[in-house]
Design a protein around this ligand. Structure first.
Ligand code: 1CP
Length: 344
């Protein structure tokens, strides 16, 4: 029997939607914190195939999710392209910044990325031999716009101001960066697929700040190019796109990009998604992450409501964004048990 995630991605409406969770390996799990301490720091964990395999498997063992997502980060690709990358404890990532054409000329060529990224491919190979037969392995990368926002600002930004400024002031450099990231993301994801990833997901966490024509040019078009190139090289490979906070931009995203599944955040209502997005194909989402902190009856009724609202088409249950470090693992168990109970 084909894996449930692959069936949903192929367009099948299942009686119980399969489930996995963004950031399912992470700091809300004591076993993750222990392995991260063993690795020393976050980047050493990402580049250690044995330990990265271990943390990917932890939520599968504990909760029995239907998919595992490779443990890595969207910022490893800029590092492989030659950007400096480090993490400041309690704050987040920091990178060298790109403010003009000279920032681009310092970067490496696309063919050079695999040297840095080869431990990531080894993690994928380990996982493809280690996962239970029913569990789907998801590879991923950041979308060019989202990765560019970090490379331009050198850190996470609330409004992606520096990236919007470069786009306005030096469009040629901005577009050359988007093109470089599009081409290198194709190579990166292609190697993950060759190593055993059965699905790939493109995280465009900051797609919501692209409006109008910018959304078409820098969110939709790169996702279309990446999806088309991967499907040409690896016929049938399913692609999940996550243009977070796209709002009305979710409508038509499947058709415009060729993605098999569009993941939606929790700023859009499941009923609205059922009416406007799901007719085009599989959708993934969209429980608010805060329920993993607060739990209780509100969690149970929200899981039932979302399941019911999206029950007439293909659906992969997930959160609207990543689980937070203050979440209670018992609420994850409650979410899964509620989803898998017989429909009342
Ligand atoms: O301290 C730690 O252990 C580091 C926390 C952490 C983790 C667990 C970071 C730093 N990255 C990750 C892993 C990660 N990142 C995964 C692994 C698989 C899983 O989901 O279990 C994935 C898919 C990502 C993707 C990622 N990294 C995104 C896209 C998704 C999203 O959440 O919007 C983004 C924007 C990043 C950048 C990043 N990496 C880490 C942090 C704290 C951030 C966000 C920084 C910011 O904007 O300020």
């Amino acid at each position: 029997m084909t894996k449930t995630i692959l069936r949903a991605l192929a367009g099948e409406t299942l009686p119980t939607p399969p489930i996995w969770m963004m950031r399912q390996a992470g700091r809300y799990l004591p076993e993750y914190k222990a392995t991260r301490a063993e690795a020393g720091d976050f980047l050493s964990l990402c580049y250690n195939p044995d330990l990265a395999t271990e943390v990917t498997l932890q939520p599968i063992r504990r909760f029995g999710f239907d998919a595992a997502i490779l443990f890595a980060d969207i910022l490893l690709l800029p590092q492989a392209l030659g950007a400096d990358l480090w993490f400041v404890t309690g704050e987040g990532p920091r990178l060298s910044t790109i403010t003009g054409p000279e920032g681009l000329t310092k970067l490496k060529g696309i063919d050079d990325i695999h040297e840095t990224l080869s431990p990531i491919y080894q993690t994928v190979r380990n996982l493809s031999g280690a996962l239970p037969a029913e569990t789907t392995l998801i590879g991923f990368a950041g979308a060019p716009w989202t990765v560019a926002t970090y490379m331009i600002a050198g850190q996470g930004t609330p409004d992606q101001g520096p990236a919007h400024a470069l786009k306005a002031e030096d469009r040629a450099t901005f577009e050359a960066l988007i093109d470089l990231l599009t081409a290198s993301t194709i190579e990166y994801l292609s190697k993950q697929i060759e190593a055993g990833a059965e699905v790939v997901k493109i995280f465009d966490s900051w797609a919501g700040s692209l409006k109008g024509e910018d959304f078409s040019k820098y969110a939709l078009e790169p996702a279309r190019e990446i999806t088309a190139a991967l499907k040409a090289r690896h016929p049938g490979i399913p692609v999940i796109a996550f243009p977070r906070e796209a709002g009305e931009g979710y409508i038509g995203f499947h058709a415009a990009t060729g993605a098999d599944c569009v993941a939606v955040d929790n700023s859009v209502d499941a009923e609205w998604v059922a009416e406007h997005v799901q007719p085009d194909g599989c959708v993934q989402g969209n429980l608010a992450s805060r329920h993993m902190v607060t739990g209780g009856d509100a969690l149970v009724s929200e899981v039932r409501r979302i399941r019911q609202a999206l029950s007439k088409g293909p659906h992969i249950f997930n959160l609207g964004h990543g689980i937070t470090p203050d979440a209670d693992p018992d609420n994850v168990t409650l979410m899964i048990e509620t989803l898998r109970e017989t429909q009342k």
